[in-house]
Design a protein around this ligand. Sequence first.
Ligand code: ADP
Length: 951
Amino acid sequence: VMMRPTGHLSLSSKLRLMIVSTAGAALVVASVLYVTSEVMNLRHDLAQHVLTLAESVADNVGALPGTDATLARTMLQSIQVDPDVRSVELFDAQGRSVSSIAFGAPGAPIGQLEPRAADAAAQDAPPVRFDGFTSVLIQVPVTAGGARGSHIQVIAELAQLYTQLKRYLELMALALSAAWLVAIYLANRLQRVICAPINELLEVAQNVRTSNRFTLRAQKLSDDEMGRLVDGFNGMLAEIERRDLSLRVYQNDLEKMVQERTVRLDGAVTEAREAVDRAEAANRAKSEFLARMSHEIRTPMNAVLGMAELLRISNALDERQRRYAVTIHQSGTALLGIINDILDFSKMEVGKLELEVVPFNIRDVVEDVIETLAERAHSKGLELMCDIPDPKGTAVLGDAKRLRQVLINLVGNAVKFTERGEVRVVVQFKPHDLLNPGISFEVIDTGIGIRAENCSTIFESFVQEDSSTTRQYGGTGLGLAISKQLVELMGGTIGVSSEPGTGSRFHFSVALTPDPNGSAEPQDTSVLRDMRLLLVDDNANNRRILRQQLCGWGARVTEAASGRQALGILDSAFGGQFDAFILDTRMPDHDGSEVLAAVRRRSEFANVPALMIGPVLASDAPQDTPDRHVAWLNKPVRQAQLHAALRSLVAHDLNATRRLQVISTAALAQIRQGKRKALTIPRLLLVEDNPVNQEVALAILQELGIRAVCAWDGEEALQRLAAGRFDVVLMDCHMPKLDGYATTRQLREMETLSGDARTAVIALTANALSGDAELCFAAGMDGYLSKPFSLDELYVTLKPYDHGAAADSATVEHAMPALVKAAPKAVRCAPAATGSPLDEQTLKQIRALRKPGGPDLLKKIVDLYLANSRTLIGALREALAGNDATGAQNAAHSLKSSSANVGAKLLADLCAKLETGAQEKDLGSCQAQFEQLLAEHERVVQALTAQTAAA
Ligand code: ADP
């Protein structure tokens, strides 16, 4: 928008300008009109005056008699009374100038006026004619007298007009000025009337703007438009003020609200923080509670289990009481299992469970698990096997213990819920991700199965398939929940597919890192390359797994699904076609021994080595085995064992010792007690503040043949340690005053100061939470045993400190069930002069070791003994015949300890004598001893057979 040129002027100036210019213009116009009209009137009047004069002159001239020119002239002269007249002239009728007189200054331009012809026409013309503004020409006819027809012409110059005009103009200027002043005055007044309210409004607006006070109001001075404008302005201010107010109120409310909210939020945050603190504290408390509970529960459990175990093997109880003790021990063990489960579970809940990373071999873990559960499976008549196809990639880094726990759970369940058929563990390596091989495990059973709708719920804690399961099979429903969590912790998943009545297939995978330093167990498989084997087993899966392993070593395998089929194959074969047989001892048609007997009847196969593979129950162990080409392996077969057994067989180096070793490796795991023999640890210090625990520990130690010195607390322990050397210290961790850790630390300091050799310290702790082991080792302890511990566990823990270990070289002794420390003592005692060749006490002890529902240990041991002793007698005979003193000594030694174990004291003594004789190379006396020994052996065999038959 363009601004007008006057746009910069103030409103009042504009107004003033407008009024003044309007008034001025009006005045000027009015004055000009007035002056013009006045001047014109005046001119007219002046001309009329001259005309009147002229007419009177004309009248006078007319009145003249004749035409006397002089007189006329005089007459004409009279016109001079009017000063304006410049000339007068008399014309005759013909228009000739008769007389003319000029007045005043002749310079006036009268001549311009054409003299009018005095014709008729001229008579009609107006008598007055103006020439210019002031010059006037008047012609007046003379109408009478002699001069009739002539006329007078007067020329006048109206000089007065100018004077008059000047006067008017002066007047007009005066009036204009006056009017102007009045106009200005009025304009001022008017401007004040209009502009004042506007200015005031302006001022108020400015004030409002600068002060921001919306309470200001403009003053209303009139009721006109200005008044309304002020009203509008004030209304606007009022509205703004109202809004301002409500805005402020709203703002206030808002602020208050924000403040309130902030306060509330602060409160909530504080509360939340407190809640978190409380939760954390509760969590800590829970963990501590767990640790304490585990300690609290394990301490009495230690006593219960320890005492029950002692009771169980005690001689003082009758059969019924012993059963009670066994039940207590069993229930206690089960309870401990449950407590461990719950502890595990709670630890996982609070995220306390940490995985270890240790190098291990998957095959070892799986085979261990299978072996642990083999007895349970075999006693139900189940086949239990593992299928690990790839010999490479089994060396990994990970948590072997947890993997084992999951497998034990799953395989244990599979065995538990399967009545007939088989349980199979299949391991597969997924090669696509070499860096982090997903290793998948499957546990496949042919048991009762699980309904589809329950397949996911059984992984929840405390859930079992249905409540009848609990009644029929027991269990807490925690096993799978723990397995699931463990698997997930190991970066894998677990699941199950199942068909009720047909079986279940549990599968899980874990991410285990390949162990770069680990290698597949180096086996020299070259011996087995191209070996021709006949594999006889009724179970197809078993056959397949064995065949895979055998073929992996380069052997050529022929399979037979039954004894009959095997014999059929052999009938159509020639001798030498097979390098070895592998026979399942349990088959539906003929058992392995029968098949072997049938095979041996064919002369061409009489010397072909045979490997018998059977369940862990030794009941179908060979009654007599003159056959030197047979080895026995327990199911489940460990790959390494299979390999070793086959190698030995093929190499025909099956001496008795080796052979037994092969047989018993698996059995040993089952007959743990059998492995134990008295430990020689002359100085053992037991530090334990709990009297019950002390008694239990002492009793168990005594069972292991160890007499311990006791200390009640750390201080006493330190005193004793200062006073004399000990081989091993069993140190309770939690004791009043000086606890086990502090005591050990002080002991280590003492040792450093004195320069003494380091005393082995083994922690005994009832804490099962992880981190205990670290604490122990940090305190300078050498070992760690968690309470409650069993005889075996203590045995295994103390074994490395056994002084007798070095002296003991007879491997057979390991293989045979050396029972309790009473046995070696009994050997030294003179045999009781009773009719029986057997010590009843010893047999009782063996019986006592039998778990209810478990295999008949006595029978097992007797069976083993029968097989073993015959072999040894054979070996002895051969050695004596061949003048082999060392061979005779070894065989006698073995026979001595194994006979002692079954209570054949006299026989053991005879063996001892023979052993001494052989040692002294006195083979002559040995020969004599041997006859006596044979007779005694026969008696023992008969007595033992009678014993087992009675049982
Ligand atoms: P528990 O065995 O202590 O009862 P688990 O968590 O190990 O607890 O198992 C939960 C339930 O899952 C079992 O009670 C059983 O009903 C079902 N189950 C587990 N494994 C098998 C299996 N191999 N065959 C059939 N049912 C199974």
